[in-house]
Design a binder for this molecule. Structure first.
Ligand SMILES: NC(=O)c1ccc[n+]([C@@H]2O[C@H](COP(=O)([O-])OP(=O)(O)OC[C@H]3O[C@@H](n4cnc5c(N)ncnc54)[C@H](O)[C@@H]3O)[C@@H](O)[C@H]2O)c1
Length: 427
């Protein structure tokens, strides 16, 4: 395959720590030729690591986009509400795109990106990485092979993880839907996408309930301080920033999410940082508004019904049960287990236990999804695959955003059943 040149807009957890690293994995296929971030240290770090020349390092995506085209593909890894402006300008400049999710929290903008991509003939792959994981690939294959007969229902859970909720959705970047996007779009557009892909059908109607139970000032323990460094519960509270980040540092785990708070942290530097950083705030005294639990019910066009729960009050990971007329499949992504249980007619099941971890070597980055997605895009850009064949092309990915936003609308209206076609017609 020809080497694909890449410009990266936004050098954070995704741009720098995830996608830039794909060059190390596939050095013959990927070459970073331009980078941009508003934080100069991040630009310097990536420039040094990957040999990007100074004249191709920019102070912002806007500055990079003011130049003529500098690479085959631009990776849009800035924040949710910046994607639209950066993606539209990049497509006009001639770039194909790897576009982080959510495409945009504004559904009209999502549609405009898709229309522009189709009009200009740009290839746009949205980072719904789960479709590329060996876990979901295996599950889907066994469903499509008819291992459990006709699919009737799916019950799925996204275990956000109490620590991840505290880090990202109470203290961190995605705590407030006005600044980024509602939790069901931000975190669970992945789930909406994977569930409609597994069901092999579009969503017909959707309803949702949920809210913010725990991370509110009324729930603070008696005498809790505004910051964990000053709090008497700092080694007792399960959401304590001191307990979580300092314990991670003691174990030498200074990568994500610790490096989002502070790069190369030591115990001393982290304690200092937590005195002023948003990540040092008490979870009961933040400016968060996104939900910590939400349930979504979906009926698909082909009749399959789906129940999905997203909850902060978990440890982390995704699991699900697929129910068919001849059996059921139980899947646990973090444990790498797909268990196909065919009804044996004797009151029990005949089981096929698939160890997903034995099927591939590399499970780094979203269960092995991150670099497989990049590879798919490169094959399309190199002309080795048809443009529409991407598992997560913009046209395929956009539906999950409509589902998520319809679910949010339903939640805000107390669980009203929303017809997806009617909802989408507004945009
Ligand atoms: N696909 C997935 O599973 C997945 C996982 C996590 C995050 N995301 C998405 O990826 C995006 C980035 O998330 P992240 O975790 O990397 O966030 P981040 O905050 O770590 O990175 C964003 C980067 O953009 C930079 N930036 C801000 N304004 C800029 C500008 N004008 N020009 C250039 N750079 C600018 C910031 O300085 C920062 O380095 C988000 O939209 C998020 O929703 C996707």
């Amino acid at each position: 395959m020809k080497q694909i040149t890449v410009a990266i807009a936004g050098l954070g957890g995704r741009g720098k720590d995830t996608y830039a690293k794909v060059q190390k994995k596939f050095p013959d296929e990927m070459k970073i030729t331009a980078i941009a971030d508003i934080v100069p240290e991040k630009v310097r770090e990536v420039a040094d690591e990957y040999g990007v020349p100074a004249e191709r390092c920019f102070e912002s995506a806007e500055q990079m986009l003011a130049q003529s085209q500098l690479a085959d593909v631009m990776f849009i890894c800035t924040m949710d509400r910046q994607h639209y402006g950066h993606a539209m300008a990049a497509m006009e400049r001639g770039y194909d795109l790897l576009l982080e999710k959510p495409i945009s929290p504004d559904l009209s903008e999502c549609k405009k990106i898709a229309e522009t991509a189709n009009k200009l003939g740009r290839k746009v792959v949205v980072c719904h990485v789960l479709r590329y994981t060996p876990f979901f690939q295996t599950l889907k294959r066994r469903m499509d092979e008819g291992a459990i007969g006709d699919i009737v229902a799916i019950q799925a859970m996204e275990q956000v993880g109490y620590w991840h909720q505290a880090h990202s959705f109470v203290r961190g970047n995605w705590r407030n839907s006005e600044k980024t996007s509602p939790m069901i779009l931000q975190k669970s557009c992945h789930d909406m996408d994977i569930l409609s892909w597994l069901a092999a059908s579009s969503c017909k109607s959707i309803s949702s309930v949920g809210g913010l139970k725990e991370f509110r000032s009324e729930m603070a323990p008696e005498g809790a301080a505004e910051r964990c460094v000053d709090c008497k519960y700092q080694w007792d509270c399960p959401y304590s920033a001191v307990k979580y980040y300092i314990s991670k540092i003691r174990k030498g785990e200074i990568y994500w999410p610790v490096n989002i708070v502070l790069e190369n942290a030591t115990e001393e530097s982290m304690m200092r940082k937590l005195q002023t950083s948003p990540y040092g705030r008490c979870v009961y005294h933040c400016d968060n508004n996104v939900v910590d639990h939400q349930m979504v019910q979906m009926t698909m066009e082909n009749g399959i019904v789906i129940n999905f729960v997203m909850s902060a009050f978990t440890v982390g990971g995704r699991d699900l049960r697929v129910l068919g007329t001849r059996g059921m499949i139980e899947g646990d992504m973090d444990r790498g287990i797909v268990r196909v249980r065919r009804f044996d007619g004797l009151g029990g099941t005949q089981d096929e236990n698939i160890d997903v971890f034995a099927l591939a070597e590399d499970f780094s980055g979203h269960g092995g999804g991150d670099h497989r997605l990049v590879r798919d895009l490169f094959e399309i850009v190199a002309g080795e695959k048809a443009p529409g064949s991407a598992l997560t092309s913009i046209d395929k990915s956009i539906e999950s955003h409509f589902m998520a936003m319809a679910a949010e609308q339903s939640r805000l209206e107390g669980g009203r059943l929303i017809d997806l076609a009617e909802f989408a017609a507004q945009y």
